[in-house]
Design a protein around this ligand. Structure first.
Ligand SMILES: Cc1ncc(COP(=O)(O)O)c(C=O)c1O
Length: 547
């Protein structure tokens, strides 16, 4: 638990923007080198699908990639406020990407060229490109310049502007099975829904390249029915990944590829029942989503309190449950890392009392201050069923995850997978295996860590400014933090008021079965620092209005 104190200003230029080649200087308030350059002529030309495709493939200068030329958007630096040229240029470029004048796939001018044309320092342009990279709108390509990769999905109204009304009852009643879909569908300008990595950062070019290579090498036989456990290539790549990143040593044959943690839990239902288990204890607070998956299989989910060391093993024993679902590396939602002593106690419970630990390792790779703690599976293979997925590493939409079950459950789980879907789709498995073995996934993760850390800092700084007295929990890792506040305001009311102001988040009480302090669970990974500051300011406004 940490009292919120202002973090470092995360919007500042930093050295980590590995793919942004144009970043040579980074002084946002840099001096101008010439007079205001009025630029004339046509703005931007449309770009063909072929040009866009070429841009996606990391091509070198001189290739067919569309490049924005010198009549750049009719920008006039005389419009920029004194000392705010980088802000001004960023806003203009963002606007042009949003309204389509800068199309996805087009290349921005080199910083040197644009700086000379506008009569500003190169640092101003580099800073604007850095912020757009941070937003996920552009990407630096080593020899291909800076390319537009994503436009905002919809033009967004300002925070506090009239919003369509939130769905009635979203926060009024106990969360229904479809509550996450209902929240997703709710319109909001700023989305702090936890559990989202930065989807704008998805490594499209690397994925495309890996897919091309895989398709070129693929034999016709690969396109038939596959092994229900997953392709040998992905099982090997996952086994290597787990050894490198999670301290788990397993043979590829021990890995079962599944459609995410969600499917892993559903496949476990009959396997647990066959072992006489009809109750799986859960952390409290603990993930509503994973609990719903257990409840859907008619399993009881007795709550066990979590303290600063992790789940309370004495309380776990008291439930009498023979299995427990845990997030030991970064507890959801509190962010507590299970302490060494508590891990030993848990392992004693599992080994001595014959307990089963279902280990949900959902975001362990995202640590900012130190390497992740090893998985419990690394310590007690016989009593731990380990689950991981790419939902937080790449994208939930891929629906790829893995289970490393205790040996005695292996055959039954493979059977459950076989009779569910005969195995995951083969092509995405092969592409993922390639990203894992080529080092591209680890490179992507390193890039994400820097980006997420800056966003985490932006959120803690904004919380300190706008929610004085609040406490941030679990900010050392992951994609979200939890904030509790001293005011006597139900968190469902606060989440509803925030949504009315255009800011989406989850009330902590959704993730509780036991009574406890109100709070909010706030995802920061998918939101650029500027929007984080704006969104947290709105949360502060909503809390003040309700207090
Ligand atoms: C606690 C927890 N576990 C697991 C997951 C991921 O589930 P899946 O791998 O099915 O996408 C999530 C997603 O938000 C989560 O919050």
């Amino acid at each position: 638990m940490t009292e919120i104190t202002p973090g470092r200003q995360s919007d500042r230029p930093v050295a980590e923007a590995p793919r942004l080649v144009a970043m040579t200087g980074a002084d946002a308030g840099a001096r101008t080198m010439g007079s205001a350059a009025g630029v004339g002529g046509d703005a931007v030309r449309p770009h063909s699908p072929a040009a866009r495709q070429a841009a996606d493939a990391d091509v070198a200068p001189g290739s067919s990639v569309a490049s924005y030329g010198s009549d750049f958007l009719l920008l006039d630096v005389a419009d920029a406020p004194a000392g705010g040229k980088a802000d001004w240029l960023t806003a203009r470029l963002r606007q042009a990407i949003g309204d389509g004048r800068l199309a996805v796939g087009g290349r921005l001018p080199p910083t040197r060229v644009l700086a000379a044309e506008l009569g500003v320092s190169r640092g101003v342009v580099a800073e604007a490109y850095r912020r757009l990279t941070e937003d996920g709108h552009v990407e630096g390509r080593r020899r291909g310049g800076t390319v537009v990769v994503a436009a905002p999905a919809v033009p967004l109204p300002a925070v506090g502007a009239a919003q369509p009304p939130p769905p009635a009852g979203l926060f009024a009643a106990a969360p229904a099975p479809d509550v996450f879909e209902a929240l997703r569908a709710a319109p909001a300008r700023i989305d702090f829904t936890p559990g989202q990595p930065d989807l704008a950062a998805f490594p499209r070019a690397a994925w495309l390249q890996a897919e091309r290579t895989v398709l070129a090498d693929l034999s016709a036989g690969h396109l038939g029915y596959g092994d229900p456990r997953g392709t040998p290539q992905l099982r090997q790549a996952v086994a290597d990944w787990l050894a490198r990143n999670r301290g788990i040593r397993v043979a590829p044959d021990e890995v079962l590829v599944v459609a995410g943690t969600a499917q892993a839990l559903t496949l476990l239902h009959p396997v647990l029942r066959a072992d006489g288990i009809d109750s799986v204890a859960v952390e409290d607070p603990g993930s509503l989503g994973t609990r719903q998956h257990l409840v859907n299989g008619d399993l009881a989910t007795p709550p066990v309190p979590v303290d600063d060391d992790g789940i309370r093993v004495d309380a776990l024993r008291a439930t009498g449950a023979r299995a427990v679902l845990l997030t030991p590396a970064h507890q959801f939602p509190t962010g507590v890392v299970t302490s060494g002593e508590r891990r030993r106690e848990l392992l004693r419970w599992a080994a001595g009392d014959g307990g089963l630990i279902v280990e949900d390792d959902y975001d362990a790779e995202h640590r900012y201050d130190r390497p992740p703690v090893p998985a419990l599976r690394a310590l007690l293979a016989d009593r731990v069923c380990y689950m991981g997925s790419v939902s937080k590493l790449l994208a939930p939409a891929l629906r790829i995850g893995w289970v490393v079950p205790p040996p005695r459950y292996r055959d039954a789980l493979v059977n459950a997978k076989r009779f569910t879907d005969l195995g995951n789709a083969v092509l995405p498995q092969l592409v993922l295996a390639r990203l894992m073995t080529s080092g591209d996934l680890e490179r992507h993760l390193r890039m994400l860590r820097g980006r997420h850390r800056r966003r985490r800092d932006a959120m803690t700084a904004a919380l300190a400014a706008h929610l004085p007295g609040a406490v941030a929990h679990g900010a050392a890792a992951g994609l979200h933090l939890t904030v509790t506040y001293p005011q006597d305001v139900p968190d469902t009311d606060l989440a509803a008021a925030a949504l009315a102001l255009g800011v989406k988040c989850q009330p902590l009480s959704w993730h509780r079965q036991l009574p406890g302090r109100p709070g909010l669970v706030l995802g920061y990974a998918a939101t650029p620092p500027g929007a984080i500051a704006e969104g947290v300011a709105a949360l502060g406004e909503a809390l003040r209005a309700l207090s």
